[in-house]
Design a protein around this ligand. Structure first.
Ligand SMILES: [Zn+2]
Length: 533
């Protein structure tokens, strides 16, 4: 590969001979991608496995054969690292093609993992076990440690991959591209500092924490992982502990939308338990949210929170929600206009009342399409879709993104920032969205007041909206969008220059002027005028 004196010294015939030799040693496979090489059809390269700059030798023991394409597009100069990353990318791609979230589950499946049940016994407070199904009959013993505060019993054992499973209940998260860094780290020979956590589920060993580290090591060829094994843990409590660790306690970087999803699972588990406790069939939903709250009173965890968060999750993650692809769930990055945190604080929290627990049965009026929770979900998705259609689709460009956008405008470096893009960015700023969402609430209430219908002002989206109301909402959003201030580039360093408090924009909307007296609207916002088509 250019820098090899050894390879440069070979004649064309000798080079071809070495190619053939490596091809045979590698079982006709490419060192990087692991797929077959057809020497007649595929251009190939011989390359150093360990780069010379890292102390690799310039001789046959350090050569490998790869597709020329794979070698050109490799993700690391070290071929072992490049191979690990390439094979992981393939596993991720295969999972995504099946519309699954790539996780440790897929990595284990691709590496002969998750096949066997664990054989063990508890003898005098020692864990006695063997991995006989792998051909190893050694009987091993591990101390069982009791944590007096929690009552949890754990043992530390090394487990072959065949006996490891990914715990999708406690840890529904997928893996992300940052694993490349972990692969490099472990390849350098640096040890894993935090041990993976697992629990016994019947005879299965389920890893519920440390999946990124596990994946990185498996991709580098590790065949067994050291885990702290919880022997008789309560799943609900562990979900709660793990959720709290990631949210309130900040032990793990969970993003908020994942917390929602976990609560969703907890809610589903509670429903099942309620049915079981009352001898009800799985498809019987003749009980209410209030019944659930009563039944699980005093229990660890808060069922009210589960119910509300489950609803928020159903709105946010619904495949029909067109706004979803504009929401930044990870909390970082600058491609998308709307952070999950903003979405939750503005739209979700305003329209899904955290205090409301329904006393109608879960399936109340479901057959008529008038179930309050279903209506609430569907109509909130419809609102999200109007926002996406009128403000974002074909207007906002993820490529242009949000990074330093007002600075670029103020500095005149804004050629690729269209008026529509700038308007979308500004309208979805948290302190601005928080205020215009209130006008939507007002126009819904006005509508029902004028038609003379009774409505529940705490749970507006739980009754069916007539078509005319949807037309009004869409007109309001269009008129809001077309206000000149969103496109005004002279305001980039002033009004839009920094983050303002909510009141700043509430004053601006109510009076036309910001609290410091800058005129931003020709007149105060009036919903009656703003719903005119
Ligand atoms: Zn290849």
């Amino acid at each position: 590969m250019g820098n090899s004196k050894y390879l440069d010294s070979l004649s064309a015939e000798e080079y071809a001979g070495l190619t053939k030799k490596l091809w045979t040693i590698q079982n006709h496979k490419c060192f990087i991608c692991g797929e077959d090489i057809d020497l007649d059809l595929n251009p190939t390269n011989i390359d150093h496995i360990k780069p010379l700059v890292n102390g690799g030798k310039d001789d046959e023991t350090n050569f490998a054969l790869a597709h020329e394409n794979c070698n050109k597009s490799k993700q690391d100069a070290d071929l072992e690292v490049a191979r690990a990353i390439a094979r992981l990318s393939k596993i991720i791609k295969d999972a995504e093609e099946k519309h699954e979230t790539p996780s440790l589950k897929h990595v284990l499946a691709a590496n002969d993992g998750s096949l066997l049940d664990f054989s063990y016994k508890n003898e005098n407070e020692k864990l006695v076990y063997a991995f006989s199904k792998t051909g190893d009959d050694t009987v091993r013993t591990a101390d069982i440690f009791l944590d007096k505060l929690s009552g949890e019993k754990t043992a530390f054992i090394q487990v072959p991959l065949q006996y490891l499973y990914h715990d999708e209940i406690i840890n529904p998260r997928g893996i992300n591209s940052s694993i490349g860094l972990l692969i490099k780290e472990f390849h350098k020979g640096n040890p894993q500092l935090h041990i993976s956590l697992a629990r016994l589920d019947g005879d299965r060993i389920m890893i519920f924490d440390g999946q990124h580290k596990a994946v990185a090591q498996i991709m580098l060829g590790t065949k067994a992982l050291l885990v702290r094994l919880f022997l008789n843990t309560d799943v609900d409590r562990m979900i709660e502990t793990n959720t709290t660790a990631g949210s309130k306690l900040k032990q793990i970087a969970f993003d908020k939308s994942i917390v929602r999803q976990l609560h969703d699972t907890l809610y589903a588990e509670r429903i099942k338990k309620y049915q079981l406790d009352h001898n009800l069939a799985e498809d019987c939903f003749s009980f209410s949210e209030a019944n659930l709250v009563d039944h699980f009173k005093g229990e660890r965890g808060n069922i009210r929170t589960y119910i509300i968060n489950s609803q928020k999750n159903l709105v946010t993650k619904n495949a029909d929600n067109k706004l979803q692809s504009y929401i930044n769930f990870e909390g970082r990055g600058s491609e998308l206009p709307l952070s999950y945190s903003t979405f939750e604080k503005t739209l979700l929290s305003r329209f899904i009342n955290a205090k409301t627990i329904l006393s109608t049965s879960l399936d109340y009026r479901a057959d008529e399409g008038l179930n309050p929770r279903v209506l609430e979900k569907e109509q909130l998705i419809q609102l999200c879709n109007i926002l996406a259609e009128e403000l974002l689709i074909g207007r906002y460009s993820a490529e242009v993104g949000t990074y330093r956008i007002e600075n670029k405008v103020a500095e005149g470096k804004d050629k690729d920032i269209t008026d529509d893009h700038l308007a979308a960015y500004r309208i979805f700023k948290e302190e601005i969205m928080y205020n215009w969402i209130q006008y939507i609430e007002l126009l819904i209430k006005n509508f029902f007041s004028l038609t003379g219908e009774l409505y529940d002002d705490q749970n507006l989206f739980q009754i069916k909206f007539p078509d005319q109301l949807w037309t009004n909402i869409r007109s309001f959003i269009r008129n809001l969008r077309d206000l000149p201030l969103w496109k005004d580039r002279t305001m980039a360093s002033t009004v839009f220059g920094g983050k303002q408090v909510y009141e700043y924009w509430s004053t601006a909307f109510r009076t036309g002027k910001t609290p410091d007296g800058t005129l931003v609207l020709s007149k105060p916002i009036n919903v009656v005028e703003m719903i005119k088509e």
